[in-house]
Ligand binder design. Structure first.
Ligand SMILES: C[S@@+](CC[C@H](N)C(=O)[O-])C[C@H]1O[C@@H](n2cnc3c(N)ncnc32)[C@H](O)[C@@H]1O
Length: 219
């Protein structure tokens, strides 16, 4: 019999969180200040932020792009894992979210290494291409945009560079038939997985975090 894909026993995640202490005071403060400012509570989970930090370190990332900044929580995690002179370009549609993120980067001591681009990712990404090739791209924004963002990552990552896509399980809807309110998102996310798994540009897998973290290495 095959072993299960993931494990959602809270005893285990509590243990891991206790031992690996994924959140320090800086990250706790970003979450609290973002909530107080009325931002939606949709930043990555604390252990997922630690995954991002460690994966950025494993990829020896010096140049990274994030799509979906929100209040800067995951951006701080990525920058912590990147080389000391590593730089992050992070894209955010909402000027209000970007303003909170700017303060988060300042408080985390990484403001000099983070460039926030306010606008729709589809418009901003083409302008970033000349700064590549990149070592890491983290996709965490509108699900309908994921196929185009993944194509951009394939075109702009160095060989061996890493793409990470959050919400890879689409809030539990990934395997559903594309009908109803979620049809467009389901189609987009299924197409992303097809491209990532079989498009020939990545060797990829899905890490069974709560949200699902798709993880591809550019071949
Ligand atoms: C899930 S949140 C990002 C969370 C963040 N990565 C974190 O974990 O701290 C998604 C963000 O993407 C932004 N967004 C949505 N559509 C976008 C688009 N087309 N271009 C750029 N940003 C977008 C939203 O405003 C929101 O702040």
């Amino acid at each position: 019999m095959n072993k299960p894909f993931g494990n959602c026993d809270p005893k285990l995640s509590d243990y891991v969180a206790r031992v690996y202490t994924p959140e320090d005071d800086v990250l706790v403060e970003i979450r609290a200040r973002s909530a107080a400012a009325g931002l939606p509570d949709i930043q990555v989970a604390a252990l997922d932020a630690l995954h991002l930090e460690v994966l950025a370190r494993a990829a020896r990332a010096r140049r990274a792009v994030e799509i979906g900044t929100l209040g800067g929580y995951s951006g701080v995690a990525l920058l912590r894992g990147m080389a000391p002179d590593g730089e992050l370009d992070t894209i955010e549609l909402s000027a209000r979210h970007a303003e909170i993120a700017r303060e988060s980067f300042r408080r985390a001591g990484v403001a000099g290494r983070a460039r926030i681009h306010v606008g729709a990712a589809a418009e901003v990404l083409p302008r970033l291409a000349s700064g590549g090739p990149f070592d890491l791209v983290f996709i965490d924004a509108d699900k309908e945009g994921y196929p185009a963002y993944l194509d951009w990552a394939a075109d702009n990552l160095r060989p061996g560079g890493v793409v990470l896509l959050d919400n890879a399980f689409l809030f539990g809807s990934l395997a559903d038939a594309p009908t109803g309110d979620r049809a467009v998102q389901i189609r987009a996310m299924q197409s992303v997985h097809e491209t990532l798994a079989r498009g020939g540009r990545f060797r990829a897998t899905v890490l069974p975090t709560g949200e699902g973290l798709a993880f591809g290495v550019r071949v």
